[in-house]
Ligand binder design. Structure first.
Ligand SMILES: Nc1ncnc2c1ncn2[C@@H]1O[C@H](COP(=O)(O)OP(=O)(O)OP(=O)(O)O)[C@@H](O)[C@H]1O
Length: 543
């Protein structure tokens, strides 16, 4: 509709020019007698305005709807894609595509009506030329076609550089994100900051700049070269045609002026082609990303599982790959979680605790082995349902600024904000979380509040207490964990706080991805760990 309206507005513009021409002729022949021309002129003006405005409004709606749909489709794919796939694609690529690629498609669409109007003016102008002289019109079309072909050839040559520039842009976005996230580290160390700017950021930016300069220079050159063909046509018309045939000065002038006039719409169309070209690069990029992350997982049924008896991990292994190479292997792991029990996972840095928690919560798919939930094996069919069993607080967890998917219960909200000492960080009426200027410890307390209000059967805490002050550590281990246990919740906590190990029903230790021991409640190994931690706690207090 927008294209048709744009084309109609092109015809209406030509009508305006014809009316102006008529008015000038008539005023020369019979001054003061314009007849119906003023009325027709006003009507044509209104028609041009109407078609242009309508065409633009239709197109703005279309381009914005297209951008919104692209963003929505990408977001949906991202949400249902497996976590390891998203981790390997990288946040910076996702953001570059969501921001820049969708933007360049919208920009190309936005100037489409003027392209249609220009195309219509061009067609009408060529028809008019044909009425003056058919062979000349054919010659003009030939020259214009040659010009456009030159331009398209140039675009093809520029294509490689422009695609490379788009790839380089991913790296620039990655480094800009690194700069924003690492601003504290850069401010505090001038050498590091200079190194980052001159060795990392500027080289990445300069690679993108050079690819862009190369691509856009070729585009600019081919644009000018393509345009030149029209002037070559005019030159032939002025200097060669009069030698070959007798031609009146009036026809020659009319012809030349029309061709000159047509260079503007032709320019408009040629000028739009680079935008179209970069939109097509963006479409490829979106498709490539879509393909990379297009492994949708089955989504959950609406009902949340509110109970479970046990979860059993049997011979579970998981592998972290990096650039096709094995980075880390977890397992084989055998572990059982029982309803209402508290399990602590201990182990050195990089021993695989978080990886195990992600496998256990269904975020990572095990490479081998099986997870059973009350006797049912977890598969693609029920994995998303299984995930709904967990309230999690991971180390790198994100806090949304409001309570999402949680029905606000004032008494529970007040109870937990008081227990966590964050009454001033939550709007008790709306449940909005005040995230400004939160300390790391407060950030984690808010995350725990969200998990507690989520109220799933199993709570997973990844080194939650690590950033809490000693007093609040005690609150966590002696009040929060026992309260959750009293409410029948299962708690799985990754922790280095061995002095609290005696509070757990089960302590498992990971070393290089392997379970050192998987003791049940009363096994000697578990008692040893408890005695060890009791001893540590007694010595600490005595000291
Ligand atoms: N997304 C990933 N891609 C590749 N390797 C990873 C990824 N995540 C973790 N690893 C690697 O897996 C190993 C285990 O990491 P994990 O985070 O599970 O350890 P952790 O025991 O929780 O450590 P910490 O106590 O330091 O938090 C590490 O060597 C880490 O480099």
């Amino acid at each position: 509709m927008s294209a048709v309206l744009g084309a109609i507005s092109g015809v209406a513009s030509l009508t305006l020019i014809t009316l102006i021409h008529l008015a000038l002729t008539r005023s020369a022949e019979s001054p003061g007698d314009q007849g119906w021309l003023p009325l027709a002129f006003a009507g044509a003006c209104f028609f041009v305005l109407f078609t242009q405005v309508t065409s633009n409004v239709v197109l703005v709606r279309l381009s914005q709807a297209t951008a919104a749909r692209l963003r929505y489709e990408l977001c949906s794919k991202i949400i249902v894609a497996p976590l390891p796939t998203l981790e390997s694609v990288g946040q910076y690529r996702l953001l570059a595509t969501l921001n820049n690629d969708v933007g360049s498609i919208t920009a190309a669409l936005a100037s489409f009506p003027s392209v249609c109007a220009n195309a219509m003016v061009l067609v009408c102008g060529l028809i008019y030329l044909a009425t003056l002289s058919l062979p000349l019109a054919a010659g003009t079309i030939l020259m214009a076609a040659l010009g456009v072909a030159m331009f398209l050839g140039g675009l093809r040559i520029a294509d490689k550089s422009l695609r490379q520039a788009r790839e380089d842009q991913d790296e620039v976005v990655k480094q800009l994100r690194a700069m924003v996230h690492g601003i504290k580290e850069l401010k505090g160390n001038t050498t590091r900051c200079l190194d980052f700017v001159y060795e990392v950021l500027l080289p990445a930016d300069s690679r993108m700049r050079h690819s862009l300069i190369r691509g856009q220079s070729i585009q600019g050159f081919s644009h000018s070269w393509g345009r030149l063909f029209l002037f070559i046509g005019i030159g032939l018309l002025l200097f060669v045609w009069p030698r070959l045939a007798t031609v009146s000065t009036a026809t020659l002038t009319g012809y030349t002026l029309t061709i000159l006039y047509l260079t503007y719409p032709l320019d408009g169309i040629l000028g739009w082609l680079p935008a179209y070209h970069s939109a097509s690069i963006s479409i490829n990029k979106i498709e490539a990303l879509g393909l990379m992350i297009d492994q949708p997982e089955r989504q959950s049924s609406a009902a949340l599982p509110n109970r479970f008896r046990s979860i059993h991990l049997q011979d579970i292994t998981y592998q972290h790959q990096s650039h096709g190479e094995l980075n880390f292997e977890l397992g084989p792991i055998d572990l059982q979680l029982k309803a209402g029990e508290v399990t602590f996972i201990a182990g050195g840095n990089g021993s695989g605790k978080t990886t195990l928690a992600k496998v256990l919560t269904g975020l990572y798919l095990p490479a081998t082995g099986s997870i059973t939930w009350d006797g049912r094996e977890i598969s693609d069919r029920n994995r998303n349902d299984f995930r709904q069993l967990f309230s999690t607080v991971f180390v790198e967890g994100h806090l949304f600024d409001r309570l999402l998917g949680i029905e606000l219960q004032q008494d529970r909200l007040q109870h937990w904000t008081k227990l966590l000492g964050i009454e001033d960080k939550v709007d008790l009426e709306t449940g909005r979380l005040h995230q400004h200027k939160l300390s790391r410890g407060q950030h984690k307390r808010l995350a725990l509040l969200v998990a507690a209000l989520d109220d799933r059967p199993i709570f997973v805490f990844d080194e939650w207490a690590a950033e809490q002050d000693p007093g609040f550590k005690q609150t966590f281990y002696h009040e929060i964990v026992p309260e959750l246990k009293r409410c029948g919740k299962t708690v799985l906590a990754i922790t280095h706080d061995d002095r609290f190990f005696d509070l757990a029903d089960q302590v498992v230790k990971l070393v290089d991805g392997k379970l050192l021991e998987t003791p049940s409640e009363n096994t000697p190994a578990n008692q040893d760990i408890r005695q060890l931690s009791l001893h540590t706690e007694t010595s600490r207090r005595a000291a």
